[in-house]
Design a protein around this ligand. Structure first.
Ligand code: 1GP
Length: 248
């Protein structure tokens, strides 16, 4: 039987979810120490692990995270080398905003046998980069052009095509460390035109930004940099998540 626990928890109706993105290259003892005390208060419901370029072991990073928390750990891989069997699930990302065949299907073919062998829950995801901040890594590493932020209709058509292809969620990405989030009119336009869950990440630095992303229609928000750089602010995220909960 197919595993679906993580996906089912993403689609629980009415609630907004907060995901912490942990970059294995940045998992230091200090970072983990701070994180242990903030995960519950910030209402984090799962942890994504990965990045555009990861030099350290993803497997070891997951081991360390699992010593700290029983939250589900989901691979968010920038490359097939980031596949680690000790995660609970994987976002099988297809970079549908780009026209680089490796990120659309090539890497998936390379990984297919190992993915099946891994026993991981596999969540097919349409990954859409929304541009604006050329200083983030994802555009460079994927060798793709993002959707222009002032063209919501392009993001909408891309997301609709992803849903019609059978992808199980859409992920709008501004890029880690981006100066701003995905614009709210892009989020709301996509939300209105798809029926699968919508994840939004990149540039969510404070509680106000998180509120904006949820109000625009994101079901799940992903935050990395704020947890690395400003743990006190990140602790405030929980108030926003609970504000949007059907059953706080
Ligand atoms: C996940 O790229 C994001 O989608 C994480 O972005 O590091 O800017 O929070 P930040």
């Amino acid at each position: 039987m197919k595993k679906q626990g993580v996906y089912n928890s993403i689609i629980s109706p009415g609630d907004k979810k907060l995901v912490l993105l942990a970059d294995p290259d940045k998992i230091t003892p200090g970072f983990l120490g701070g994180l242990g005390s903030v995960l519950e208060g910030a209402s984090v419901s799962m942890i994504f692990v990965g990045g555009s370029l990861v030099n350290k072991s993803v497997y070891s990073a997951i081991e360390r995270i699992k010593e700290l928390t029983s939250l589900p750990v989901v691979l968010f891989p920038g490359h097939p080398m980031q596949l680690a069997y000790n995660a609970d699930a994987i976002l099988l990302l297809s970079l549908i905003s780009g026209r680089n065949p490796e990120f659309l299907i090539g890497n998936h073919v390379v990984s297919a046998h190992r993915l099946r062998e891994s026993g991981l829950e596999i969540i097919p995801a349409g990954y859409i980069l929304v541009g604006g901040d050329a200083s983030t890594s994802v555009e460079y590493m994927s060798n793709t052009m993002p959707v222009p932020p002032g063209k919501p209709e392009l993001a909408v058509a891309t997301a609709m095509a992803g849903e019609m292809l059978g992808l199980k969620l859409i992920y709008l990405e501004a890029g880690s460390g981006s100066a701003g989030c995905v614009p709210s009119n892009v989020i709301s336009s996509v939300r209105e035109n798809i029926s699968i869950p919508l994840i939004v990440g990149g540039g969510i630095r404070d509680a106000n930004a998180l509120k904006g992303v949820y109000s625009a229609g994101a079901d799940v928000a992903v935050v990395g940099t704020a947890f690395e750089e400003n743990i006190e602010e990140a602790a405030q995220f929980g108030k926003v998540v609970r504000m949007f909960c059907a059953n706080p």
